[in-house]
Design a protein around this ligand. Structure first.
Ligand code: ATP
Ligand code: MG
Length: 498
């Protein structure tokens, strides 16, 4: 059927331009079956009369299966389909920064055309092992729990998993807000989300002024199925453009559950055999093909990095669902959001016991690595102790009481408001105070006050200290002396604990 199909990865070999005109045979929802297109290749773009485009999803003995990339148009059997045997390339360029585009890289923010620098393949192969190097730079998420207990590295893929309305999107948008001034290009890709929640995110971006370094790919529920399917690949492609220039990129996919649903819908309409949970057999492949594209390139290739934060939704906390487990196995760690924790008021509602970051530790600042080494253990032990002591009526031992107080201090320190990312140097300073055990005796209100005031005081008393920490990333003797002095002054001033 398709003699050029084998040559897909080496389109340069095609010395001549194949142009052909097929005929629509069947239209089934957003799927079109067309005939008389012997040279088309998988993943290529085709055009219908009237300008609507489509993407080739597969073949049967006689037909080419095409997914429409646009609103359902009046396509009828007998209409013409125009194609060139060429993989799908879309425009990319520096002018995309600060814009909102659809899955075909067309602007949808009403701010006029975008001048592209070149075109990139949407379904590009992931960089090979030899093109990569080990992760070594930290990605500052701005979320206290993440930066201390489960740090992220540039080039990592960290799955954000959890029930509905548990703060998943908020964590990722906080990470984007926190990249301000850090030279990281951020891409937020919305897939299958409602228009209202998408607009909420856009308004937040506008309000926080992140559009200087952020671009948004919109595949919301109001766009066509084809665009929703394509959106994450477009986002990865735009990220690759910057990564290959040696820049660092952060891509958020919100969310891949919806992407899996969309692909299941497409596959069922294409009569592909349904497998587990009615998903097609290649759902693992299409997600892993995407996830593989995150990388930390070696210096030879410019040293750029692309970090992925894919979001996946669970049903009633069941992280063993098909799509979540697939994604867990193809990422470098997961951050698990729990609705039970969310309802107790612990926000961000990250379950420390179920979350892990497998490679981020390598890149963590030494200044924060040391103090937070025992934090996870202490926090988990505290949670267990709370459960055990809930039913007790007798007096607790001194040691248990001490552990409880420390656990409460840790909990209070880790709680964080939304859209208020915390700088890493601030975390270093607060973690130092925690490890000096000066917070253990304070009440919740006093700790809240400490979180608000102490860093401001430090900036006042030792204006160079935060800068030194950011540059050196380590705590030296001078820092310790300054911090000790600050702790002494703070806790001996009359309004410290009020
Ligand atoms: P969905 O499943 O609908 O996509 P989600 O898991 O992405 O939801 P969010 O939309 O990020 O969750 O957050 C849900 C709600 O919780 C929002 O109203 C948000 O304002 C609130 N929220 C999230 N994080 C925090 C936080 N750290 N502090 C206070 N409120 C928060
Ligand atoms: Mg969300």
């Amino acid at each position: 059927m398709c003699p050029l199909q084998k040559k897909q990865s080496s389109s340069k070999e095609i010395k001549f331009k194949v142009k052909e005109v097929g005929t629509v045979r069947v239209v089934r929802e957003f799927i079109v079956l067309a005939k008389n297109m012997p040279s088309c290749i998988n993943g290529q773009i085709v055009e219908f009369d009237g300008g609507l485009r489509g993407i080739v999803m597969g073949f049967t003995q006689d037909d080419v299966q095409i997914l429409m990339l646009g609103p359902k148009a009046q396509i009828r059997a007998g209409d013409k389909v125009y194609s060139q045997a060429k993989a799908l390339y879309l425009p990319v360029g520096n002018a995309f920064s600060g814009r909102v585009v659809n899955a075909l890289c067309e602007p949808v923010d009403g701010k006029g055309d975008i001048v592209a620098d070149e075109t990139f393949p949407v379904f590009r192969e992931a960089p090979g092992v030899m093109d990569r190097t080990t992760v070594e730079r930290t990605l500052e998420s701005g979320t206290r729990i993440i930066d201390t207990i489960m740090p992220l590295a540039q080039g990592q893929r960290q799955l954000i998993v959890g029930d509905r309305q548990t703060g998943k999107t908020t964590m990722t948008t906080d990470a984007i807000i926190n990249q301000k001034g850090k030279g990281v290009i951020c891409i937020y890709c919305s897939i299958g989300k409602t228009y209202s929640s998408f607009m909420k995110t856009l308004n937040l971006f506008q309000e926080k002024g992140v559009f200087d370094y952020t671009l948004v790919v919109s595949g919301t529920a109001s766009t066509s199925v084809g665009e929703q399917y394509l959106a994450p690949y477009t986002a990865a492609m735009l990220g690759e453009y910057y990564m290959h220039q040696g820049k660092d990129v952060l891509v958020v996919f919100d969310d891949l559950t919806r992407h899996a649903w969309i692909y299941r819908q497409i596959s069922l309409l294409l009569n592909r055999a349904p497998g587990r949970e009615a998903y097609p057999g290649d759902i693992f492949y299409i997600h892993s093909q995407l996830m593989e594209r995150a990388a930390q390139l070696s210096d030879e290739f410019g040293g750029g990095a692309m970090t992925f934060l894919p979001i996946v939704e669970t049903l009633q906390g069941d992280a063993t669902g098909f799509i979540p487990t697939n994604l867990v196995s193809m990422t470098d760690g997961q951050t698990y959001f729990s609705s039970a924790l969310f309802n107790t008021g612990f926000r961000p509602a990250i379950d420390v016991g179920l979350s892990v970051s497998r490679i981020g530790n390598r890149a963590q600042w030494p200044a924060i690595k040391g103090p937070s080494r025992s934090l996870r253990m202490e926090f988990i032990q505290y949670k267990e102790l709370v459960q055990m002591t809930q039913l007790r009526t007798t007096e607790l031992s001194k040691e248990a009481q001490k552990k409880l107080r420390r656990g409460e201090a840790i909990t209070e320190l880790l709680i964080q408001d939304k859209n208020d990312p915390v700088a890493m140097e601030r975390l270093v300073i607060e973690m130092y105070a925690l490890n000096r055990e000066v917070l253990d005796e304070l009440t919740k209100e006093e700790i809240r006050k400490f979180k608000k005031d102490f860093y401001i005081k430090i900036c006042e008393w030792f204006p160079n200290l935060p800068q030194q920490l950011r540059e050196g990333k380590v705590v030296v003797d001078e820092t310790i002396a300054n911090l000790e002095e600050a702790i002494f002054h703070y806790f001996n001033s009359p309004d410290a604990t009020r």
